[in-house]
Design a protein around this ligand. Sequence first.
Ligand SMILES: [Fe+2]
Ligand SMILES: [Fe+2]
Length: 306
Amino acid sequence: MPGTAAREEYERDLLVQLTRRWGRRVAVKKDELDLDGHFDADLPDFPEHLVPVLSLPGAEKLDRDARRRILSAAWIAYNAKTAAIEDEIILPACRLMLQERIPVRRDDVAVDALHQTIIDEHYHILMCHNAVGVTRRRRDMADVRFAPDVWSVVQGRAAARAGLSGFDRDVVDIAFSLAAETTISGFLSTLSTAHDIQPMNRITTDMHRRDESGHAVVFRELCGSLYRNLDSGQQRMFREALISGLTAFRSADLEPWVAVAAQGGFEVGVDQLREQAAARPVPKRDTGPLQLLLDDLGIDHDLVRT
Ligand SMILES: [Fe+2]
Ligand SMILES: [Fe+2]
């Protein structure tokens, strides 16, 4: 029998608390949402203010139907990006942290938390896929598809790991996924709090966002244990990858918006979008989760520009 002190420490362990409640807490354990039942054909599929092409010159001439098609395509794009983040960045890092060669906390509770996270993330991909399936069918948009590597964040990770191999690349992949897990709640909140849009879209995004608050804790705990086990050179590499991840998550997507605009018969160029993004103030970040994370890792806040 463990002693009282060990028992108390176990009870205080955030991963113990999270993994215990998983079965009652997460989307994959709930009844599936009746997507068609929450679809109202009269409502727009996406908020106009989150679609940069709609503030480019010429957009004011688009009729209602063209604008609606652009909003529907923007919703499809949003889900394609979410699924790409899960599939390309987060899931591979979760699997890496289950490998013996990665010096991360790996007691039974930590392994539980990782498997639960993998199931959640995979389910999020399915949720995106199913929701977009309804949109494609109801809006007659079967052909609107996006490759996983068109997103600036996926390209940013490819750049951060270019030329690396073995353990160094593993460290970069995990640090980059930590940036993703610190940022994704904010990305999902923009839609889960949007009013006057398709209820199906808001609800399904909100279900996803709720799961992510648990993941933020899992990633902070596991990445914290990894970081503390690295030597100083590896720690520097981890910090740099974390910073490039945070930057990549804030950088604008370009090509996907050209494709979205085309759905409304609106021709825009990548250069126009690049100029527009450069002229805009950098979107404000919810720095709370990031500050917590840096404190956990013992990283000086000045090293990561927020
Ligand atoms: Fe997710
Ligand atoms: Fe997540």
